[in-house]
Every structure is written in structure tokens, then in C-alpha cells.
Design a protein around this ligand. Structure first.
Ligand SMILES: [Zn+2]
Length: 190
């Protein structure tokens, strides 16, 4: 599962195409603050965990309002806020860490390969169970997953709710579900 996803440039390009669509939708809705017209204010990002040959190049799509000059940042399946790792890494590594003791060696190998420090992983674990579960996004979105996933086993319990023959597609669905978390309010409705 891991090898077919991490460092897979085709999968990265697929996620990029989803981000492109999310950005187009956000732009068409206008400024989230005043409804004004949005102009591109994309900025470069170099998240860890991507293959060396990323095409198109890494960038976080963002917009600036021509009226109020405030920024509108669309939802994303690739970036989770300011984290230096991609959303793919944060979800996959956190999910693998979830109490799967017989795969402890795998997770340690993976952490080493990706350079994810043990403390970072512990911080992610706490984030999923305390910060994430307290977000307005989760309070609404979990209703789509009745019964709600076990919050003590996030994000593994969330990931297993998505079905499909390929692990990469299940992950993509999960990332799309999580995408509005750092996007503008209301984007989830689209
Ligand atoms: Zn505005």
C-alpha cells in the first residue's frame, strides 16, 4: 500500500488535479469575506514526502480579493495547513501508527525513510484525537459517516470507511473528505 502511494508521481498528479478543481470552485464563488472577485495569489510550497519529479510544480493555490485584498485559500487534498509534510504522509503515517503493533517495524522504517521524527508522530497522534475532533469541520462531517469512526483510532478508523479496490483511491477519497478542513468556510457544501 505504502509503496504504491508515497513517491508515486502519477498519484501526486491525480491529487494535484483534484486541488485544481477545488481551486476553480473556490474562485467561482468569489471572496469568502466580501464576495469580491478573486485573483490568483498562488505561492510555492515544498512539502516533504513528494517524489523528486513533481509535475506540475508544487504550489499552494490561493487567491486575493480585488476589493478587500484579503486572502481566500481553497480546500486542498495535498496540504494540511502549515505542516511541512503532505496530507498523504500525515494521514498514512498516522494511520499506520494506530495500534498495529505487528507492523511496528514497518512504521519505524517508514518514519526513517521519510524523516518523520518520533515526536512529530506523537504530536500528530495527539492532534487527531484532540484538536481535529474539536473542529467545527469534524462536528458536521462525521454525520456523513454514521456511525462515526472511533475517535481514539483516528485517522485509521476514518480511512477504513472509504471503499475501493485500490489503496490509493481509498486514500484519495479520505483526503477529499478532509480537504475542507483548511479551506474557506462553506466549501464543503460543493
Ligand atoms: Zn473580499
Amino acid at each position: 500500500m505504502i509503496s504504491e502511494i508515497i513517491g508515486n508521481s502519477r498519484f501526486e498528479a491525480f491529487l494535484e488535479s483534484i486541488d485544481s478543481d477545488l481551486a476553480a470552485r473556490a474562485k467561482s464563488k468569489g471572496c469568502t469575506h466580501c464576495g469580491g472577485t478573486l485573483h490568483s495569489a498562488t505561492y510555492p510550497r515544498k512539502p516533504r514526502g513528494l517524489s523528486d519529479c513533481v509535475d506540475p510544480p508544487n504550489r499552494r493555490r490561493s487567491f486575493c480579493c480585488e476589493t478587500c485584498r484579503r486572502r481566500t485559500t481553497p480546500a486542498s487534498v495535498r496540504f494540511m495547513g502549515r505542516r511541512v509534510y503532505t496530507a498523504t504522509i500525515v494521514v498514512l503515517v498516522s494511520a499506520m501508527d494506530e495500534g498495529v503493533t505487528n507492523r511496528r517495524i514497518d512504521i519505524d522504517e517508514l518514519r526513517g525513510t521519510l524523516g518523520v521524527h518520533r515526536r512529530t508522530l506523537q504530536r500528530w497522534r495527539r492532534w487527531w484525537r484532540t484538536v481535529f475532533t474539536a473542529t467545527p469541520f469534524w462536528s458536521v462531517a462525521r454525520a456523513d459517516l454514521m456511525p462515526p469512526p472511533d475517535t481514539t483510532a483516528l485517522p485509521a478508523s476514518l480511512l477504513e470507511r472509504f471503499v475501493g479496490p485500490e489503496a490509493s483511491m481509498r486514500l484519495a477519497q479520505c483526503l477529499r473528505f478532509l480537504a475542507p478542513l483548511y479551506g474557506p468556510h462553506g466549501d464543503r457544501a460543493c
